[in-house]
Write a protein that binds this ligand. Structure first.
Ligand SMILES: N[C@@H](CCC(=O)N[C@@H](CS)C(=O)NCC(=O)O)C(=O)O
Length: 227
């Protein structure tokens, strides 16, 4: 077990990027200190730890900061090799494959779903929704077992995990549907399975607070971006 001094996570409660790191640390059974930051009023600590991007999450291990959630997950996988929960496969091709789909998830699905939530202009919004649905279809084809990681939750499950809890909130806030149970039964069941894992569900922010937060963000960004 790591002591509190050795492992810290700087985060922001509604972030879909921070939660994946929390989940990884919990699955690995690592002891860490969570430090809540405010991305609208960033602390000197965050600016010092991640001066280039000034974003959360940042993991601090033995006083060394590691930013960017996919990089942090990789770091956790590489560093705590003796812990029983493996995040990435050892085969280089399978590893590259998981990283590729994680990139698709973040740079396409998450981006489209986020823009669809913010956008209120009919045609433009529909375009983002359709793009998200298309990518979700491709991601669904990649699921061959209970989890993307095989029998247990792995790196790609953690990166895509926001689909199970954040996406339904974004759908409600944005009055839209992306993850339709009838259209995506496999992903729908995966999302339920993922959420039912005790280490996953124990660390979710309250849904009612998420709805309030993302509705506020939707209105702010819609005005700022003229969407
Ligand atoms: N690609 C990054 C994204 C991190 C990110 O966008 N974090 C947001 C919170 S959800 C943030 O810190 N935003 C502050 C800013 O951009 O100034 C990751 O996966 O860690």
């Amino acid at each position: 077990m790591e002591s509190d001094q050795e492992l810290k996570l700087v985060g922001f409660w509604p972030s879909p990027f921070v939660i994946r790191v929390k989940w990884a640390l919990e699955l690995k059974g690592l002891n860490y200190t969570y430090i809540e930051d405010d991305i609208f009023n960033k602390s000197p600590l965050l600016l010092q730890l991640n001066p280039v991007q000034q974003r959360v999450p940042v993991l601090v291990h033995l006083n060394k900061p590691i930013p960017e959630s996919p990089i942090i997950l990789q770091y956790i996988h590489d560093t705590w090799t003796d812990h029983n929960h493996t995040l990435l496969p050892s085969d280089p091709h399978l590893k590259a494959h998981a990283r590729f789909w994680a990139t698709v998830g973040d740079h396409k699905l998450l981006e489209y779903a986020w823009m669809a939530m913010i956008c209120s202009k009919g045609e433009e919004k529909e375009g983002y929704v359709q793009s998200a649905i298309e990518v979700l279809g491709l991601i669904q084809e990649e699921l061959k077992n209970d989890f993307f990681g095989g029998e247990s939750i792995g790196y790609l499950d953690l990166v895509l995990g926001w689909i199970s809890y954040w996406l339904p909130v974004w759908e409600e806030v944005g009055s839209m549907k992306i993850l339709d149970e009838a259209q995506f039964p496999v992903i729908y069941l995966w999302a339920k399975r993922f959420m039912d894992h005790p280490k996953i569900e124990a660390h979710l922010p309250p849904r009612d607070q998420m709805l309030v937060y993302f509705e506020k963000r939707r209105i702010q960004l819609k005005l700022a971006w003229n969407k």
